[in-house]
Design a protein around this ligand. Structure first.
Ligand code: SF4
Length: 358
């Protein structure tokens, strides 16, 4: 068999493995998971704490958040939930910018993260000094940044957006005749530019997970499942987005999957989302869009390496020791709060966020 012929088989094996083992945790036995979960539940009460988890963290953390009155959602909802919740301590299971966002909105609360090493390639790829120079070169443009950025970059922005509200916010700015500087994700920026026709200059960052989705292998998968609907996160490459039946944020992908008449859904986003998707549409077959294949630079499992650093073990230790606290300089926080509040207010006005999200 030639190499070319063998690739689809390897690809299928990869996909089947992911389907069978969504979010495996090879480090803990089932008994250890139960033990950690029980201890965490006690600590959450003792410390007046609530768990706020992103869709991309491992299943057991999402389940724990749900079972204990916490919350699982996308970054916009997470920030809003944390600000509205009465708990004194927010435990953010996700990546650093999510913890920072929680702290910007809730400075009076203690914000903990299971690890402070969970970064994001978009945040890392957009250092404040370089980004600020980029903005200074175009003083006539409105600075719009994705939520996946440091607090310093947020403080430099006029607007912050998430993939849930980016199109509406850019359209709103366009209606005021504004030209845009966009950062950091180049694929999301290009998608918005194509969709709205806005005058946008793009920072060239990328997400290490979504950038790996492969067009050629996706087309092969679509041929194999001609009735499947393809749901794609807009951090994916333009050619992959072009194949989508639906493009949207994690929360919007879940809603689209629920509304879809298709029995099979091909999904291009982090496989952490499959936990919630399988709850919402248990009757449907969910297939991860391919990240491996002929053109792959790695045999990625479509799972964010930084999201995967959140575990029951380090969540337990963080709560026990009350360490890994997120701290933000007060002056920078005040500056970042303005565009963040602007985004939240806009999202409520447009019905993207509702009181039920809080
Ligand atoms: S999945 Fe991508 S965008 Fe999300 S945290 Fe990981 S690196 Fe950042």
């Amino acid at each position: 068999m030639s190499l070319a012929e063998s690739i689809p088989k390897k690809l299928q094996t990869n996909i089947d493995n992911i389907i069978d083992n969504v979010s495996p945790n090879p480090w803990l036995t089932d008994a250890e998971k139960i033990s950690y979960t029980d201890k965490i539940k006690v600590l959450l009460k003792q410390k007046d704490a609530v768990v706020i988890a992103h869709y991309y963290v491992d299943d057991e953390l999402q389940a724990l958040a749900e079972e204990t009155g916490g919350y699982v959602s996308d970054s916009l909802d997470m920030a809003n939930f944390g600000a509205q919740h009465e708990a004194k301590t927010l435990v953010v299971c996700g990546v650093r910018f999510m913890g920072e966002t929680a702290k910007i909105l809730s400075p009076e609360k203690t914000v903990l993260m299971p690890t402070l090493d969970a970064e994001c390639s978009l945040d890392l790829g957009c250092p404040i000094d370089e980004f600020s120079r980029f903005c200074d070169e175009h003083p006539d443009r409105e600075v719009v940044v994705y939520a996946n950025t440091s607090v310093e970059v947020k403080a430099r922005a006029d607007w912050i957006v998430t993939s849930s509200n980016a199109i509406q916010i850019i359209e709103n700015l366009m209606s005021q005749g504004k030209k845009i500087i966009w950062g950091p994700d180049r694929h999301l920026g290009q998608y918005i530019k194509n969709k709205t026709g806005a005058d946008m200059i793009l920072w060239q960052g990328h997400c290490v997970v979504h950038d790996e989705f492969k067009l050629h292998e996706l087309e092969q998968l679509m041929e194999k499942h001609p009735d499947a609907e393809v749901l794609v996160h807009p951090e994916s490459p333009e050619a992959v987005i072009a194949k989508a039946d639906f493009v949207g944020s994690t929360k919007q992908i879940i809603a689209a999957g629920k509304a879809s008449p298709a029995d099979t859904l091909i999904i291009a986003t982090d496989h952490g989302l499959f936990y919630k998707m399988s709850q919402v549409v248990p009757e449907k077959r969910l297939i991860p869009a391919p990240t491996g294949g002929k053109s792959a630079s790695c045999k990625s499992c479509a799972h964010c390496p930084w999201m995967a650093m959140n575990t029951l073990g380090n969540l337990y230790e963080t709560l026990r020791d009350m360490n890994n606290t997120i701290e933000v300089d007060e002056q920078i926080r005040q500056q970042a709060l303005k565009p963040l509040n602007r985004m939240i207010d806009f999202s409520f006005q447009q019905g993207i966020l509702t009181a039920g999200d809080a």
